[in-house]
Ligand binder design. Structure first.
Ligand code: ACO
Length: 310
């Protein structure tokens, strides 16, 4: 199967750092409760003048610099978000405009909540395969603070704002496999007629996540004929440390194989996987050619798994 190679990444976090202690001034909670139940210590929220769109543009610029790919070489833009300021124009159109990319390229958003970045990568692969040029710009960006109910302690402490981006190249020889799916469940939702903030059945989502991550990884291994030992990294959506540790146990691998950075960013939804990839590259954790299974899960309920090499 023609796959994608990761050429460059970038991330952008808003300026307002909010610790668990800061959250305890907003709702009845504590650093002890949040850290022990989730592993989260802090998150960033957008300040005046910052939004999912401004973060997306910054992350995209950094990814282009990192990849060393010129703007005119980008053949498509796909952005994943569920908290954009505008329903239209799409976030991808706004990123495209701010970067001054070529006008005759496909540019669109993917809506699959926390699995959105991986859906966006797959859409970019299909667009490049369909002739949209060799290089794709894929962004996950969220202003979750815009859709959080700041009176609901069961959700508002869990999320943060941020953006991550990747420049990918079509490579006919690249190892690549993907799995996708959805249940159509309303366990996490935002928008609607009377209540526009996000609501979530946390325990149902927890059970879904610890079943979904190992299943996605096993399906990717089945598709590629690889073993767990041949995988260098499992990079999952960063929602809860307990979800990642339980998934590692079910996969029978060391917990360190599952990258974690949710202590500093909380759950940034569609941004969490590209932020993780950018940090891993920055820290020298992703050597060229290493195999990674990327797994996203979230509202929908959706899931997505991709196997690719760094
Ligand atoms: N501070 C203090 N106490 C709290 C808080 C809080 N922030 N939130 C809930 N509590 C209380 C509850 O009211 C409850 O009190 P009670 O026993 O008196 O009724 C108690 O803590 C335990 O609540 P639980 O819901 O049972 O806590 P649990 O251990 O299940 O942890 C959590 C809750 C963290 C939400 C967990 O279920 C979870 O992580 N679920 C997965 C969520 C997730 O991953 N969501 C992202 C999906 S991605 C997307 O698409 C958005």
């Amino acid at each position: 199967m023609s796959g994608l190679r990761l050429l460059g990444t970038g991330r952008a976090l808003p300026s307002r750092l909010v610790t668990n202690d800061d959250m305890s001034a907003i709702v009845e909670t504590s650093d002890e409760w949040i850290a022990s139940r989730t592993g989260i210590r802090q998150r960033y929220f957008c300040a005046e003048g910052e939004s999912a769109e401004t973060l997306a543009v910054q992350a995209a610029e950094r990814a282009l610099d990192d990849a060393g790919v010129a703007k005119e070489e980008i053949g498509c833009v796909v952005c994943a978000t569920s908290s954009a300021t505008y329903a239209m124009p799409s976030m991808a159109c706004q990123v495209h405009h701010a970067l001054g990319l070529a006008q005759n390229i496909p540019v669109m958003d993917a809506g699959a909540a926390c699995a959105g970045f991986l859906y966006a990568v797959e859409m970019a692969r299909c667009l490049t395969l369909g002739g949209a040029g060799r290089y794709a710009l894929v962004v996950g960006s969220e202003q979750m603070s815009r859709v959080l109910d700041m009176t609901d302690r069961t959700t508002c402490v869990l999320f943060g704002d941020g953006a991550g981006a990747a420049v990918l190249a079509l490579d006919e020889a690249a190892e690549y496999a993907s799995v996708f799916g959805t249940t159509g469940d309303m366990a996490i939702r935002s928008g609607g007629v009377s209540h526009t903030c996000m609501t979530m059945d946390g325990q149902a989502v927890f059970r879904f996540a610890v079943a979904t991550i190992p299943r996605c990884v096993r399906e990717l291994l089945d598709k590629t004929g690889l073993t767990m030992q041949q995988l260098d990294w499992v990079v999952c959506h960063q929602a809860n440390e307990r979800i990642l540790d339980a998934s590692a146990r079910r996969l029978g691998c060391a917990p360190e194989k599952l990258f974690k950075n949710l202590d500093r960013y909380a759950n940034t939804s569609a941004a969490s996987i590209p932020i993780a990839l950018d940090e891993m590259r920055e820290q020298g954790l992703l050597a060229a050619g290493q195999r990674m299974a990327l797994v996203g899960f979230g509202g929908g309920l959706t899931w997505a798994g991709l196997m690719m090499r760094s």
